[in-house]
Design a protein around this ligand. Structure first.
Ligand SMILES: Cc1ncc(COP(=O)(O)O)c(C=O)c1O
Length: 487
């Protein structure tokens, strides 16, 4: 369109930028092939990275080559390598090659997809790639999605929509001083992620209005306890607003009985949000689709492609049964953002808090395109099988104890030598020490959780590079440290 040559960067020569991009591309390719040369968990001490950097901002710019040297020298020692096959902590993830390529292009395009017209491709790719993901997960056709940064944000938006749906004049009058309005109550299991608590904090409901429903022996929400809690709240004059069920809880990856909860919520007129941030990914495997059973009767659903679907941080998919609910809560269009198009379009700024939006759809689309459902299913299913093998080792070892079922790719367990007996504090200290020592070795990185009185170790398989050999190392190191520490 424009005959003028590209203006380029006024300060840094194009050749220097090109050279740095090539160097960065080679760096990234080397890293993706060889991240395992690094210790998984950063060995930096607090303040050590900052101490290698000048305290004052540079007055004059430095060559990009020198800055890239600094990345290796000063930054890398302080990196905990999430993209390492030995990363088995929290929920491990993968910044895959296709996702990394997409991130580079996304930064170069520097699109802000706040309105359809501010980049039609960004909006339409978001709609299409989320619909592809929906199909891959075997979800019903009515779901419409939006990409957010994290499951925490997705859940906040979903519960904001639920709050708006529960109180028709909330948007205008808010919650402050509402003597006409009983407290709004949210329900989740006592194993639900803290992002539900945070949403209640941010929505002005307050933590006292979040009911933590007890779980069964397998850490799943007990529907009859949910029903009893809602009935008690109604009898007390409170207003039940929403239930958040989880498919793949953070500590043990348990699956709440969504079919029963969903049916009951519909009968009771309660909004059901399903947090499948981690576990939802398993539905790309046809034989594992049942993990999302009942979800099609929910009102909102979150699945994080950045957790187990090879998309680099960050990318969370929030699906709504009726996106108008979200728009009713958030749409607010000042004059300077009004736009009219020849046909109806989606303006994603209407769907949430943010105005400016990263072009995250490019990496989702690129990953889904590069691997296809089959490729993603092979990775996810492989992880679940590795977890079963690891669980079998724990089950077969006399002094080790598995603490939860393994429906996905995460194993929760502890060392329980007879000599320590039932002393929970001593068992916790013993296992914490095992964890610290194994992590210090640098070949694997595990995390822990607390299940009631019991301190538990977690092996969470989610990096595409993790294989049976790595888990064999993990098991050998756990056993070696446990033996060494035996009282
Ligand atoms: C079940 C569950 N929900 C939500 C979250 C929050 O995810 P995010 O970091 O994307 O906010 C997590 C994090 O691990 C999780 O395990």
């Amino acid at each position: 369109m424009d005959a003028l040559p590209a203006a380029g960067d006024p300060l840094i020569p194009a050749a220097e930028i090109r050279a740095a991009l090539h160097r960065a591309a080679d760096w990234a390719a080397d890293y993706l092939e060889g991240s395992a040369v690094h210790p998984v968990l950063a060995r930096a001490l607090p303040g050590e990275v900052a101490a290698t950097l000048p305290a004052e901002a540079p007055e004059a710019g430095r060559p990009l080559d020198a800055i890239l040297d600094d990345v290796d020298r000063r930054i890398l020692p302080g990196i905990t390598h999430w993209n390492h096959p030995g990363f088995l902590a929290y929920f491990a993830n993968t910044g895959s090659g296709p996702g990394v390529v997409a991130e580079l292009l996304t930064a170069a395009l520097n699109v802000n997809g706040m309105l359809w017209r501010t980049s039609p491709a960004a909006t339409e790719l978001e709609e299409v790639s989320l619909d592809w993901l929906r199909q891959m997960l075997g979800l019903a056709g009515f779901w419409r999605g939006i990409i957010t940064d994290t499951a925490s944000m997705s859940t906040l938006l979903a519960l904001a929509a639920a709050r708006d749906a529960a109180v028709t004049d909330l948007r205008q009058r808010g919650l402050v001083g509402r003597l006409d309005l009983p407290p709004l109550i949210v329900y989740c299991s006592e194993q639900a992620h803290s992002s539900i608590d945070k949403a209640c904090l941010m929505l002005g409901l307050g933590l006292d209005q979040l009911r933590k429903i007890p779980v069964d022996a397998d850490f799943r929400m007990r529907p009859e306890a949910l029903a009893a809690a809602v009935a008690a709240d109604r009898a007390a004059g409170l207003r039940p607003m929403a239930v958040a069920a989880t498919v793949g809880t953070t500590s043990t990856t348990s699956i709440d009985p969504v079919p029963a909860i969903a049916e009951w919520c519909r009968a009771e007129g309660l909004w059901l949000h399903v947090d499948a941030a981690y576990g939802g990914a398993a539905a790309v495997v046809p034989g594992r689709r049942a993990v999302l059973a009942g979800v099609d009767a929910a009102d909102s659903l979150v699945v994080n492609p950045h957790k187990w679907l090879l998309v680099p941080m960050d990318c969370s998919a929030l699906y709504l049964r009726d996106p108008e609910r979200l728009k009713a809560a958030f749409s607010l269009v000042p004059a300077y953002l009004q736009s009219t198009e020849a046909a109806p379009v989606t303006n994603f700024m209407d769907w949430g808090v943010q105005l400016g939006r990263r072009f995250r759809a490019l990496k989702l689309w690129m990953v889904l395109s590069a691997y296809g459902r089959e490729g993603l299913a092979a990775v996810v299913d492989g992880h679940c099988r590795l977890a079963q093998d690891f669980a079998a080792r724990i089950d077969a070892a006399p002094d080790w104890e598995r603490l939860a079922p393994v429906p996905f790719s995460t194993v929760v367990f502890r060392h329980r030598p007879a000599v320590i007996g039932d002393d929970e504090a001593a068992l916790a200290a013993h296992n914490a020490l095992i964890l610290e020592r194994v992590n210090a070795r640098g070949r694997v990185f595990l995390s822990h959780t607390q299940l009631g009185e019991r301190y538990a170790l977690r092996v969470a398989i989610g990096n595409a590079g993790t294989d049976a050999g790595r888990l064999a190392i993990c098991w050998e190191e756990l056993q070696a440290e446990a033996e060494d520490l035996q009282p």
